[in-house]
Write a protein that binds this ligand. Structure first.
Ligand code: AMP
Length: 113
């Protein structure tokens, strides 16, 4: 069984969040430690630890997360932004519930650190 994370507790309503979008498949809220003027997390309600744990059965869900993240970015007034999925500790993943970062509102450097 997938371990409880801060994000599964947010989904259950046990921890508050600054919600920007909610549907039957996913929830989006502002990151508590924003790295840019706009920094939003999009998480599936299904508890998937990391992108590497998603399977073919999650194809529609993953497409939904990407399309919704684009819709949210546009609704936030962004025309340029970055969508990031950190996978694994060495890539910077700290919460082991799959999430997409939407980061924008400032010039973003490349490559990332
Ligand atoms: P990652 O490092 O890719 O796993 O991203 C996890 C993100 O979750 C970080 O950017 C944190 O700032 C953010 N975060 C952790 N706890 C909360 C919370 N309670 N509400 C909103 N964002 C959070």
């Amino acid at each position: 069984m997938t371990e409880e994370t801060i994000f599964s507790r947010i989904i259950k309503g046990e921890i508050p969040c600054d919600e920007v979008y909610n549907d039957s498949v996913c929830l989006a809220f502002r990151d508590i430690q924003p790295q840019a003027p706009i920094h939003i997390l999009v998480i599936p309600k299904k508890p998937i630890e990391s992108l590497k744990d998603a399977g073919p059965e999650d194809k529609e869900l993953l497409g939904h997360l990407l399309l919704i993240s684009s819709k949210i970015a546009s609704q936030q007034g962004l025309t340029n932004w970055r969508t990031i999925i950190n996978t694994g500790e060495e890539a910077g993943q700290t919460v082991f519930h799959l999430h997409l970062h939407i980061i924008g509102g400032r010039k973003l450097d490349w490559p990332p650190g």
